[in-house]
Design a protein around this ligand. Structure first.
Ligand SMILES: Nc1ncnc2c1ncn2[C@@H]1O[C@H](COP(=O)(O)OP(=O)(O)O)[C@@H](O)[C@H]1O
Ligand SMILES: [Mg+2]
Length: 337
Protein backbone atom coordinates (compact mmCIF):
# COMPACT_ATOMS: atom_id res chain seq x y z
CA UNK A 1 0.00 0.00 0.00
CA UNK A 2 1.27 3.47 -0.84
CA UNK A 3 2.23 5.49 2.20
CA UNK A 4 0.65 8.94 2.19
CA UNK A 5 1.53 11.78 4.53
CA UNK A 6 -1.45 14.10 4.73
CA UNK A 7 -0.27 17.53 5.85
CA UNK A 8 -2.74 20.25 6.85
CA UNK A 9 -2.52 23.51 8.76
CA UNK A 10 -1.28 23.42 12.33
CA UNK A 11 -4.32 23.05 14.58
CA UNK A 12 -2.54 24.44 17.61
CA UNK A 13 -1.12 27.62 16.09
CA UNK A 14 -2.96 30.86 15.43
CA UNK A 15 -4.25 31.28 11.88
CA UNK A 16 -5.17 34.61 10.24
CA UNK A 17 -7.70 32.96 7.93
CA UNK A 18 -9.84 31.76 10.87
CA UNK A 19 -12.24 33.71 13.03
CA UNK A 20 -10.46 34.79 16.20
CA UNK A 21 -7.33 33.52 14.42
CA UNK A 22 -7.88 30.03 15.86
CA UNK A 23 -9.09 26.65 14.59
CA UNK A 24 -12.75 26.16 15.47
CA UNK A 25 -15.14 23.21 15.57
CA UNK A 26 -16.01 23.66 11.86
CA UNK A 27 -12.33 23.41 10.90
CA UNK A 28 -11.79 20.29 12.99
CA UNK A 29 -14.87 18.68 11.50
CA UNK A 30 -13.61 19.40 7.99
CA UNK A 31 -10.26 17.87 8.91
CA UNK A 32 -11.87 14.75 10.40
CA UNK A 33 -14.14 14.29 7.39
CA UNK A 34 -11.18 14.55 5.01
CA UNK A 35 -9.05 12.03 6.88
CA UNK A 36 -11.95 9.58 7.19
CA UNK A 37 -12.69 9.92 3.48
CA UNK A 38 -9.10 9.12 2.51
CA UNK A 39 -8.93 6.22 4.94
CA UNK A 40 -12.28 4.94 3.68
CA UNK A 41 -10.76 4.44 0.22
CA UNK A 42 -8.76 1.58 1.76
CA UNK A 43 -5.98 2.10 -0.76
CA UNK A 44 -3.46 4.04 1.26
CA UNK A 45 -1.51 3.83 4.47
CA UNK A 46 -2.10 7.30 5.92
CA UNK A 47 -0.19 9.40 8.43
CA UNK A 48 -1.67 12.76 9.36
CA UNK A 49 0.38 15.82 10.26
CA UNK A 50 -1.56 18.72 11.78
CA UNK A 51 1.17 19.88 14.15
CA UNK A 52 4.13 21.56 12.47
CA UNK A 53 6.54 21.17 15.39
CA UNK A 54 9.13 18.70 14.18
CA UNK A 55 7.29 18.24 10.88
CA UNK A 56 10.39 18.36 8.69
CA UNK A 57 12.43 16.15 10.98
CA UNK A 58 9.70 13.52 10.94
CA UNK A 59 9.33 13.64 7.16
CA UNK A 60 13.09 13.39 6.65
CA UNK A 61 13.40 10.48 9.08
CA UNK A 62 10.69 8.44 7.37
CA UNK A 63 9.82 9.84 3.93
CA UNK A 64 6.35 8.87 2.64
CA UNK A 65 5.67 7.82 -0.97
CA UNK A 66 3.56 10.93 -1.48
CA UNK A 67 2.66 13.99 0.53
CA UNK A 68 -0.94 15.10 0.23
CA UNK A 69 -0.28 18.81 0.56
CA UNK A 70 -3.43 20.16 2.16
CA UNK A 71 -1.37 22.69 4.09
CA UNK A 72 -3.05 25.67 2.47
CA UNK A 73 -2.49 27.80 5.57
CA UNK A 74 1.29 27.77 5.17
CA UNK A 75 3.89 26.31 7.50
CA UNK A 76 2.94 27.27 11.08
CA UNK A 77 -0.14 28.86 9.46
CA UNK A 78 1.82 31.70 7.94
CA UNK A 79 0.32 32.37 4.49
CA UNK A 80 3.63 33.56 3.04
CA UNK A 81 5.12 30.18 3.97
CA UNK A 82 2.70 28.03 2.00
CA UNK A 83 5.39 27.58 -0.61
CA UNK A 84 8.05 26.49 1.86
CA UNK A 85 6.54 23.02 2.23
CA UNK A 86 6.59 22.03 -1.47
CA UNK A 87 10.00 23.72 -1.82
CA UNK A 88 11.37 21.59 1.03
CA UNK A 89 9.74 18.44 -0.38
CA UNK A 90 11.45 19.05 -3.73
CA UNK A 91 14.82 19.37 -2.06
CA UNK A 92 14.19 16.00 -0.43
CA UNK A 93 12.79 14.31 -3.54
CA UNK A 94 9.46 13.62 -1.88
CA UNK A 95 6.55 13.83 -4.36
CA UNK A 96 3.50 15.85 -3.38
CA UNK A 97 0.02 16.72 -4.59
CA UNK A 98 -0.78 20.14 -5.96
CA UNK A 99 1.08 23.22 -7.02
CA UNK A 100 4.81 23.90 -7.16
CA UNK A 101 6.30 26.78 -5.14
CA UNK A 102 6.72 28.69 -8.40
CA UNK A 103 2.99 28.53 -9.14
CA UNK A 104 2.22 29.61 -5.59
CA UNK A 105 4.50 32.65 -5.80
CA UNK A 106 2.89 33.79 -9.03
CA UNK A 107 -0.70 33.23 -7.98
CA UNK A 108 -0.27 34.83 -4.56
CA UNK A 109 0.25 38.14 -6.35
CA UNK A 110 -3.15 39.05 -7.74
CA UNK A 111 -1.88 41.95 -9.81
CA UNK A 112 0.51 39.62 -11.64
CA UNK A 113 -2.21 37.03 -12.20
CA UNK A 114 -4.49 39.66 -13.66
CA UNK A 115 -1.79 41.05 -15.98
CA UNK A 116 -0.85 37.60 -17.29
CA UNK A 117 -4.51 36.66 -17.69
CA UNK A 118 -5.18 39.83 -19.65
CA UNK A 119 -2.26 39.18 -21.95
CA UNK A 120 -3.69 35.72 -22.69
CA UNK A 121 -7.02 37.24 -23.74
CA UNK A 122 -8.85 36.45 -20.49
CA UNK A 123 -11.16 39.31 -19.55
CA UNK A 124 -10.37 40.98 -16.22
CA UNK A 125 -11.82 43.85 -14.14
CA UNK A 126 -10.45 47.38 -14.35
CA UNK A 127 -7.87 47.87 -11.64
CA UNK A 128 -5.47 50.25 -9.94
CA UNK A 129 -2.56 49.10 -7.81
CA UNK A 130 -1.94 51.02 -4.57
CA UNK A 131 1.47 50.36 -3.08
CA UNK A 132 0.02 51.09 0.34
CA UNK A 133 -3.18 52.00 2.16
CA UNK A 134 -1.45 54.71 4.18
CA UNK A 135 -3.07 58.12 4.62
CA UNK A 136 -2.19 60.47 1.79
CA UNK A 137 -2.18 57.87 -0.99
CA UNK A 138 -3.89 59.19 -4.15
CA UNK A 139 -7.34 57.68 -4.71
CA UNK A 140 -8.21 56.49 -8.23
CA UNK A 141 -11.47 57.71 -9.72
CA UNK A 142 -13.14 54.34 -10.18
CA UNK A 143 -16.44 53.64 -8.40
CA UNK A 144 -17.99 51.46 -7.24
CA UNK A 145 -14.81 49.64 -6.36
CA UNK A 146 -13.83 46.51 -4.45
CA UNK A 147 -10.75 47.09 -2.30
CA UNK A 148 -8.65 44.09 -1.30
CA UNK A 149 -5.08 43.21 -0.36
CA UNK A 150 -2.98 42.33 -3.40
CA UNK A 151 -1.67 39.25 -1.62
CA UNK A 152 -4.02 37.33 0.65
CA UNK A 153 -6.29 34.31 0.69
CA UNK A 154 -9.47 33.23 2.41
CA UNK A 155 -10.97 36.71 1.96
CA UNK A 156 -8.60 38.13 4.57
CA UNK A 157 -8.94 41.91 4.24
CA UNK A 158 -12.27 41.65 2.35
CA UNK A 159 -15.05 42.53 4.78
CA UNK A 160 -18.62 43.59 4.05
CA UNK A 161 -17.32 47.19 3.73
CA UNK A 162 -14.81 46.38 0.98
CA UNK A 163 -17.23 47.69 -1.66
CA UNK A 164 -16.85 51.45 -1.75
CA UNK A 165 -18.91 54.03 -3.60
CA UNK A 166 -17.27 57.31 -2.59
CA UNK A 167 -13.87 58.69 -1.60
CA UNK A 168 -15.11 58.84 2.03
CA UNK A 169 -15.99 55.13 2.07
CA UNK A 170 -12.74 54.29 0.29
CA UNK A 171 -10.63 56.25 2.77
CA UNK A 172 -12.40 54.55 5.70
CA UNK A 173 -11.76 51.10 4.23
CA UNK A 174 -8.13 51.93 3.44
CA UNK A 175 -7.71 53.01 7.08
CA UNK A 176 -9.05 49.62 8.16
CA UNK A 177 -6.63 47.82 5.82
CA UNK A 178 -3.74 50.02 6.92
CA UNK A 179 -4.47 49.19 10.54
CA UNK A 180 -5.14 45.45 10.24
CA UNK A 181 -2.68 44.57 7.44
CA UNK A 182 0.02 47.25 7.71
CA UNK A 183 2.32 47.73 4.76
CA UNK A 184 0.27 45.65 2.33
CA UNK A 185 -0.35 46.72 -1.23
CA UNK A 186 -4.01 47.15 -2.18
CA UNK A 187 -5.96 46.41 -5.35
CA UNK A 188 -8.63 48.91 -6.24
CA UNK A 189 -10.83 46.95 -8.61
CA UNK A 190 -13.86 47.69 -10.66
CA UNK A 191 -16.71 46.23 -8.59
CA UNK A 192 -18.33 43.38 -10.53
CA UNK A 193 -21.99 43.25 -9.49
CA UNK A 194 -23.12 40.27 -11.57
CA UNK A 195 -23.27 36.52 -10.97
CA UNK A 196 -20.19 34.92 -9.42
CA UNK A 197 -18.93 31.58 -10.74
CA UNK A 198 -16.30 29.07 -9.76
CA UNK A 199 -14.66 26.66 -12.19
CA UNK A 200 -12.89 23.63 -10.73
CA UNK A 201 -10.36 21.50 -12.58
CA UNK A 202 -8.95 18.14 -11.53
CA UNK A 203 -6.12 16.36 -13.34
CA UNK A 204 -3.26 17.60 -15.47
CA UNK A 205 -2.88 18.73 -19.07
CA UNK A 206 -0.75 15.68 -19.95
CA UNK A 207 -3.03 13.02 -18.47
CA UNK A 208 -6.35 14.77 -18.93
CA UNK A 209 -7.93 17.70 -17.19
CA UNK A 210 -11.52 17.33 -15.98
CA UNK A 211 -13.58 20.51 -15.89
CA UNK A 212 -16.20 20.17 -13.16
CA UNK A 213 -19.63 21.74 -13.66
CA UNK A 214 -19.29 25.42 -12.69
CA UNK A 215 -20.65 26.65 -9.39
CA UNK A 216 -22.65 29.81 -8.86
CA UNK A 217 -22.76 31.74 -5.62
CA UNK A 218 -26.36 32.38 -4.57
CA UNK A 219 -26.50 35.74 -2.79
CA UNK A 220 -30.30 36.06 -3.14
CA UNK A 221 -31.05 35.35 0.54
CA UNK A 222 -28.54 37.86 1.85
CA UNK A 223 -30.37 40.68 3.72
CA UNK A 224 -30.77 43.88 1.69
CA UNK A 225 -28.07 46.42 2.37
CA UNK A 226 -25.27 43.87 2.63
CA UNK A 227 -22.86 43.90 -0.29
CA UNK A 228 -23.11 40.57 -2.13
CA UNK A 229 -19.52 39.35 -1.87
CA UNK A 230 -17.78 36.33 -0.37
CA UNK A 231 -16.43 38.40 2.49
CA UNK A 232 -14.20 37.18 5.30
CA UNK A 233 -17.34 36.57 7.36
CA UNK A 234 -18.61 34.12 4.69
CA UNK A 235 -15.53 31.95 5.14
CA UNK A 236 -14.82 32.28 8.86
CA UNK A 237 -17.89 33.31 10.90
CA UNK A 238 -20.69 30.71 11.20
CA UNK A 239 -22.90 33.28 12.98
CA UNK A 240 -22.77 35.86 10.18
CA UNK A 241 -25.53 36.15 7.54
CA UNK A 242 -22.66 35.97 5.08
CA UNK A 243 -22.13 32.40 6.30
CA UNK A 244 -25.75 31.36 6.90
CA UNK A 245 -27.50 33.06 3.95
CA UNK A 246 -25.09 32.47 1.07
CA UNK A 247 -25.41 29.19 -0.79
CA UNK A 248 -23.59 27.45 -3.62
CA UNK A 249 -25.48 25.86 -6.49
CA UNK A 250 -24.75 24.54 -9.93
CA UNK A 251 -24.37 27.51 -12.26
CA UNK A 252 -27.27 28.32 -14.52
CA UNK A 253 -25.42 29.69 -17.49
CA UNK A 254 -25.53 29.57 -21.24
CA UNK A 255 -23.26 27.09 -22.95
CA UNK A 256 -21.28 29.92 -24.49
CA UNK A 257 -20.42 31.48 -21.12
CA UNK A 258 -19.67 28.08 -19.62
CA UNK A 259 -17.29 27.20 -22.43
CA UNK A 260 -15.67 30.59 -22.27
CA UNK A 261 -14.83 30.44 -18.54
CA UNK A 262 -13.87 26.76 -18.75
CA UNK A 263 -11.48 27.57 -21.60
CA UNK A 264 -9.96 30.43 -19.63
CA UNK A 265 -9.57 28.20 -16.58
CA UNK A 266 -7.65 25.60 -18.63
CA UNK A 267 -5.48 28.27 -20.18
CA UNK A 268 -4.58 29.73 -16.77
CA UNK A 269 -4.03 26.29 -15.25
CA UNK A 270 -1.42 25.56 -17.91
CA UNK A 271 0.19 29.00 -17.93
CA UNK A 272 0.69 29.18 -14.16
CA UNK A 273 1.80 25.56 -14.01
CA UNK A 274 -0.88 24.37 -11.62
CA UNK A 275 -0.89 20.67 -10.82
CA UNK A 276 -3.59 18.10 -9.99
CA UNK A 277 -6.39 20.55 -9.12
CA UNK A 278 -7.22 24.21 -9.26
CA UNK A 279 -10.11 26.60 -8.94
CA UNK A 280 -10.81 29.80 -10.82
CA UNK A 281 -13.20 32.51 -9.64
CA UNK A 282 -15.09 34.66 -12.11
CA UNK A 283 -17.69 37.35 -11.75
CA UNK A 284 -19.78 39.17 -14.30
CA UNK A 285 -19.60 42.90 -14.94
CA UNK A 286 -22.75 45.02 -15.18
CA UNK A 287 -22.99 44.15 -18.90
CA UNK A 288 -23.03 40.43 -18.08
CA UNK A 289 -19.53 39.62 -19.34
CA UNK A 290 -17.56 37.35 -17.01
CA UNK A 291 -14.18 38.53 -15.76
CA UNK A 292 -11.51 36.63 -13.89
CA UNK A 293 -11.08 37.51 -10.22
CA UNK A 294 -8.77 34.82 -8.98
CA UNK A 295 -6.63 31.79 -9.83
CA UNK A 296 -6.33 29.40 -6.89
CA UNK A 297 -3.63 26.73 -6.88
CA UNK A 298 -4.45 24.15 -4.19
CA UNK A 299 -8.01 25.37 -3.62
CA UNK A 300 -9.84 24.49 -0.41
CA UNK A 301 -10.12 20.71 -0.02
CA UNK A 302 -12.87 20.70 2.62
CA UNK A 303 -16.03 18.63 2.19
CA UNK A 304 -18.04 21.87 2.28
CA UNK A 305 -15.71 23.87 0.02
CA UNK A 306 -16.47 25.01 -3.51
CA UNK A 307 -14.43 22.26 -5.15
CA UNK A 308 -16.36 19.55 -3.28
CA UNK A 309 -19.64 21.14 -4.36
CA UNK A 310 -18.53 21.15 -7.98
CA UNK A 311 -17.43 17.53 -7.77
CA UNK A 312 -20.86 16.77 -6.32
CA UNK A 313 -22.55 18.39 -9.33
CA UNK A 314 -20.61 15.91 -11.48
CA UNK A 315 -21.71 12.98 -9.29
CA UNK A 316 -18.26 12.63 -7.76
CA UNK A 317 -18.62 12.02 -4.02
CA UNK A 318 -16.16 13.73 -1.69
CA UNK A 319 -13.91 10.69 -1.09
CA UNK A 320 -13.72 10.15 -4.85
CA UNK A 321 -12.76 13.77 -5.38
CA UNK A 322 -9.87 13.36 -2.97
CA UNK A 323 -8.92 10.09 -4.67
CA UNK A 324 -8.86 11.83 -8.06
CA UNK A 325 -6.50 14.50 -6.76
CA UNK A 326 -4.17 11.86 -5.32
CA UNK A 327 -4.37 9.77 -8.50
CA UNK A 328 -3.65 12.80 -10.66
CA UNK A 329 -0.49 13.36 -8.63
CA UNK A 330 0.52 9.70 -8.81
CA UNK A 331 0.03 9.65 -12.61
CA UNK A 332 2.04 12.85 -12.97
CA UNK A 333 4.88 11.66 -10.74
CA UNK A 334 4.95 8.25 -12.45
CA UNK A 335 5.20 9.95 -15.83
CA UNK A 336 8.13 11.99 -14.49
CA UNK A 337 6.27 15.31 -14.46
N1 LIG B 1 -13.66 43.01 -8.39
C1 LIG B 1 -14.59 42.40 -7.65
N2 LIG B 1 -15.90 42.67 -7.83
C2 LIG B 1 -16.86 42.08 -7.08
N3 LIG B 1 -16.60 41.20 -6.10
C3 LIG B 1 -15.31 40.89 -5.87
C4 LIG B 1 -14.23 41.45 -6.62
N4 LIG B 1 -13.08 40.94 -6.14
C5 LIG B 1 -13.40 40.11 -5.14
N5 LIG B 1 -14.75 40.07 -4.96
C6 LIG B 1 -15.51 39.31 -3.95
O1 LIG B 1 -14.64 38.97 -2.89
C7 LIG B 1 -14.44 37.55 -2.83
C8 LIG B 1 -13.00 37.20 -2.48
O2 LIG B 1 -12.14 37.78 -3.44
P1 LIG B 1 -10.91 37.01 -4.04
O3 LIG B 1 -10.15 37.94 -4.91
O4 LIG B 1 -11.37 35.73 -4.65
O5 LIG B 1 -10.03 36.76 -2.73
P2 LIG B 1 -9.65 35.48 -1.86
O6 LIG B 1 -8.27 35.13 -2.30
O7 LIG B 1 -9.61 35.99 -0.48
O8 LIG B 1 -10.65 34.42 -2.13
C9 LIG B 1 -14.90 37.03 -4.18
O9 LIG B 1 -15.32 35.70 -4.09
C10 LIG B 1 -16.02 38.00 -4.54
O10 LIG B 1 -17.24 37.67 -3.91
MG1 LIG C 1 -11.42 33.70 -4.02
Amino acid sequence: MRRLAVITGDHGESDPTKLGAAYGEEDLKAHRTMVEALEGLERFDITVFNDHDGLFERLAADPPDLVVNFCDTGVFNRPTRELNLPAWLELHDIPYTGATPQAMVLCFDKQIVRLVAESLGVEVPGEHFLASAAPGVALPDLYPALLKPNAADGSVGITKDAVVRSPQEARAYLDFLHETLPGRAVLWQEYLPGPEYGVGLIGNPASGLTVLPPLEVDFSKLPAGLNPILSFESKADPDSPYWTEIAFREARIETETRERIAGWAKLLFARFGLQDYGRFDFRCAADGRPKMMETNPNPAWAYDGKLAFMAGFAGIAYPKMLERIVDAAIARVTAGG
